[in-house]
Design a protein around this ligand. Structure first.
Ligand code: HEM
Ligand SMILES: *[C@@H]1O[C@H](CO)[C@@H](O)[C@H](O)[C@H]1NC(C)=O
Ligand SMILES: *[C@@H]1O[C@H](CO)[C@@H](O)[C@H](O)[C@H]1NC(C)=O
Ligand SMILES: *[C@@H]1O[C@H](CO)[C@@H](O)[C@H](O)[C@H]1NC(C)=O
Ligand SMILES: *[C@@H]1O[C@H](CO)[C@@H](O)[C@H](O)[C@H]1NC(C)=O
Length: 437
């Protein structure tokens, strides 16, 4: 059976192969070398900045917030969830205002409005559709919030359960230790912004003054202590804290990285972007004054006169992996699977070598393409277990994800992961809770 989704993916993959370079082994090697030598994080950011060679072009980089893209508050029945980027896109009509989107629409929207690479947008959209949406719908896609009430994504046929949407995706997509959303088992929801956490994030983003002008890549570099503090906070407060390969190692960094890579305003002065406090608040649905912020859930908004990154330099999977590595080199816990074992302050890292029968090991995860190989192959290997109970035919449901993963790993020279010792997860109660068992 060739699904419509497979055709869409095929079309997207041909664009991707011709237009977007893969992670270059030498980039990572050089990055690791620089990190070791300098011990100075900002140099890593500088390394990446070298890439932005395109001159600022206000005509093509301006993001429309007028006409069909004018901001409209979500109404009753509209879905909004843990992702401020997607919530904003729904409020501006870049994806349906209902918050239920199909894959090509969201891939195109994140590219048009934020400059996200087609490769990364596709992978995230396929992942959300597979785990939290409906891959068998005529328009495969998912809800960015809770279970869809509209007909679009609820095909019914082939599904054993109503898809939960991104708000119900804890530990398969939505993660503990997010910047502004609380840990599910601490604050009882995982999709609403916590104002105290936003305040910390806001305080951590350096603001330019006469003596200090940091472009967005260096603003990201400066966030490391906040990221580490949030990780430490999950260890100290969440007995069920779990940091798996996908939601943890791959997705949770996005919350810290994406604002600086895709919500930063580009200009002639800042060709790699600068995130100012007012825009930051707008993107997160925050109004009021620092110290007494107010949060309107689901009211995320793209500020007027926002200029995104140029499409000649989209934010790709390679860029994302490099950003994950740059923090992971400073704190290896961020690259590896782990969690609390049922009490607070019981964080235990998992033995990657044991998990993968020696194919990967913690000491070499930051080398070459290992991190990407490890994350993507582990997702593929564990997916059948994780979607058990969702689909009549798991093989058919996973086909698009498997295609997307093999497309993204082709040519990387990954070692072949055969089997996973999933028993090792049993020490983490957060794992069992995520599987709903
Ligand atoms: C198809 C594309 C996308 C999908 C499927 C997606 C999905 C998600 C999910 C599931 C989360 C929750 C992760 C967590 O708990 O930490 C999340 C968080 C987040 N996303 Fe997205 N996202 C997408 C694109 C974007 C884009 C383009 C941006 C920014 C321009 C963005 C910005 C964010 C931020 C800042 C967070 C962290 C929220 C917080 O805890 O503070 N996302 N996204
Ligand atoms: C987080 O915890 C680690 C390990 O205990 C420690 O080295 C680090 O300084 C802490 N960082 C912050 C920002 O609290
Ligand atoms: C982006 O930068 C340009 C040029 O400095 C400025 O005119 C515009 O207002 C800025 N946009 C935002 C949202 O800050
Ligand atoms: C499940 O889907 C696969 C792939 O589309 C197909 O080859 C297989 O025959 C299906 N199995 C059943 C029991 O329908
Ligand atoms: C690997 O994990 C299993 C538990 O699944 C444990 O019994 C075994 O001792 C571990 N082996 C090594 C080499 O750590």
């Amino acid at each position: 059976m060739i699904s419509k989704l497979s055709l869409v993916l095929f079309a997207l993959s041909t664009i991707q192969v011709t237009a977007f370079p893969r992670l270059n082994f030498n980039d990572v090697k050089e990055l690791t070398k620089i990190a070791k030598k300098s011990g100075q994080y900002p140099h890593l950011a500088k390394r990446q900045e070298l890439k932005r060679q395109t001159a600022f072009d206000p005509t093509t980089q301006k993001v429309s917030t007028a006409g069909e893209y004018a901001w409209v508050a979500p109404g009753a029945g509209d879905q909004r969830g843990p992702c401020p980027g997607l919530n904003a896109l729904a409020n501006h009509g870049y994806i349906p205002h209902s918050g239920v989107t199909d894959i090509p629409t969201v891939v195109s929207a994140v590219n048009t409005a934020f400059g996200m690479g087609i490769d990364l947008g596709t992978f995230l959209a396929v992942f959300g559709t597979t785990f939290d949406g409906d891959p068998f719908s005529l328009d495969p896609g998912y809800s960015i919030g809770g279970p869809a009430t509209s007909e679009d994504v609820l095909g019914g046929s082939g599904l054993l359960e109503t898809p939960l949407g991104l708000s119900g995706s804890h530990n398969n997509f939505e993660a503990d230790t997010s910047p502004t959303r609380g840990d599910l088992y601490v604050v009882e929801n995982d999709y609403l912004l916590q104002v105290d956490q936003f305040q910390q994030f806001y305080d951590a983003v350096p603001e330019n003054m006469a003596s200090l002008t940091l472009p967005a890549p260096e603003q990201y570099a400066a966030l490391f202590p906040f990221r580490q503090a949030r990780f430490n906070n999950s260890i100290a407060t969440n007995p069920y804290f779990f940091f798996p390969q996908f939601a943890g190692v791959f997705v949770s960094p996005a919350g810290y990285i994406f604002p600086l890579r895709m919500m930063a305003n580009n200009s002639a002065e800042y060709p790699s972007g600068y995130l100012d406090k007012a825009s930051f608040m707008s993107f997160f649905g925050i109004t009021g004054e620092s110290g007494s912020f107010e949060y309107n859930a689901g009211w995320e908004r793209i500020p007027n006169n926002f200029y995104r990154r140029p499409l000649s330099d989209p934010y790709t999977i390679s860029d994302f992996i490099l950003d994950i590595l740059s923090y992971g080199l400073q704190d290896p816990r961020l690259l590896s699977i782990g969690g609390n074992t049922g009490t607070t302050n019981s964080f235990t890292g998992l033995d990657i070598a044991n998990l993968t029968n020696g194919v990967f090991n913690g000491a070499t995860l930051a080398q070459g393409n290992n991190l990407q190989c490890f994350i993507f192959q582990l997702v593929q290997s564990e997916a059948p277990t994780l979607v058990t109970g969702l689909y009549e035919n798991v093989t058919a449901a996973l086909q698009p994800l498997v295609e997307s993963i093999s497309g993204n790993l082709a040519g990387l020279g990954c070692p072949q992961l055969e089997a996973v010792n999933a028993d090792l997860y049993d020490v983490y109660p957060g794992y069992a809770k995520a599987k709903g068992v």
